[in-house]
Design a protein around this ligand. Sequence first.
Ligand code: F0G
Length: 481
Amino acid sequence: MSIRLSDGTEIPIEMHKIRIVQKTRLAPVRDRLRAIEDAGYNTFLLRTRDIFLDMLTDSGTNAMTDNQLAAMMQADDAYAGSESFYKLADAVKDIFGYEYVLPVHQGRAAEHLLAKTFVKPGQIIPMNYHFTTTKAHFDLAGGKVLELYGPEALKPESSCPFKGNMDLNRLRDAIEKAGPANVSFVRMEATTNLIGGQPFSLQNLKDVKALIEPMGIFLVVDGSLISENAYFIRQREAGYENASIRDIIREIMAVADLCYLSGRKSCSVRGGMIATNRKDLHEAIRPWLPVYEGFFTYGGMSSKEVEAMAVGMREMTELEVAGSSADAIKYFVTLLQSKGVPVVTPAGGLAAHVDAMRFIDHVPQCEYPAGALSAAVYLTSGIRGMERGSVSMDRDQAGNDVPADMELVRLAVPRRVFTMSHFQYAADRLKWLYDHRKMIGGLEFYEEPPVLRFFAGKMHPKGTWGADLAAAFEKDFGPEC
Ligand code: F0G
């Protein structure tokens, strides 16, 4: 929620009390330099002890509620027939309106099962935008991901309320070209993660469905951030201003044929699921669940997490929960903008996204500007963000680098974890970095895994810019900062 102060400014207001806290530590800049060097300039390879504010991701890092933690104590660890599962199934029925549910250990496991079941070699999978693990699974199954976003989607600065919408003409053309039988399904991601957490509108989802249904193609929603997408629909789509988050989610799910999700985001746990009302789709996937994940009533999740997911799923439909990250992100993005830091607008659903292409426009894309900037942000603030640019794209089959559509540094805002002073600190250090941006140089790989290289790849800075930046920072702020 946001609240307006008497001087007219709007601030995010926490509709909760913080009663359990975890210590964090701001390592001095010299230590941070050593840590990022050891990590091969890859923020994934840093250790928590060296991180002040962990904005790598909102995945599995949201603060849980007292009710979620209480539910975990009631877990039924039965291998088969666990009562915990039936609580989850009840929540899925109530919130999503779906009859069938398959729990999985996390979102990519759902993607694996969907790829295994529905993606045949040579088929296309149209979507509003890919996610890294989604694309990896669909590629490995021999499918081809087609991203059919609209003209505003890749513009970093925009006032378009629904940059996550699918372009219907592009969709029609793609299906015509491939032939409907060669379309595995159409996938819509609720707030497109890689291009700034941008939502789709309900109208667009309905239009997509109306186009593909007569051709016998089914519609899959990646609902990992479903409550955030619903929150934006409520704020931005005419006719929904008075609708509840619950009603909007129900309406989305009534349009979709199947929803899968990472429970690590909107549901604030560590798990995932695939849910549908289509018996045929359910029965096609179901046999593979115990092969790859676990028995039907736990699917690779711990029963404790199954319990907490049932609660988290209900809680995500509360307006102040659905909007807790979104409103904090809006505040953070506005603050960054006010300091001249180039960010993706409108503010999205999971993070503030800094536009590395504009921040360090002197670093060419082949030298990974978003990777370099995320390392520089860590060096100058102790904040860990995530590279979402060309490092996050794997090489093509010929071994060539694939330049990403956007070069972003994602500063994720997990729910209920950070406070306004954290955002103010972050914006201040980013402003310092922006003023010293010419010091930042590029990166080159010295260790590069073949798949999802961003997780474990290691890079060198080109030249000595890391050490030089640390020295300049120390000069301005002193050795302890
Ligand atoms: N789909 C979307 C839209 C996601 O954002 C993620 C994960 C997944 C699927 C895969 O789910 O991690 O539970 O296996 N996003 C995380 C992130 C990793 O940091 O944004 P998972």
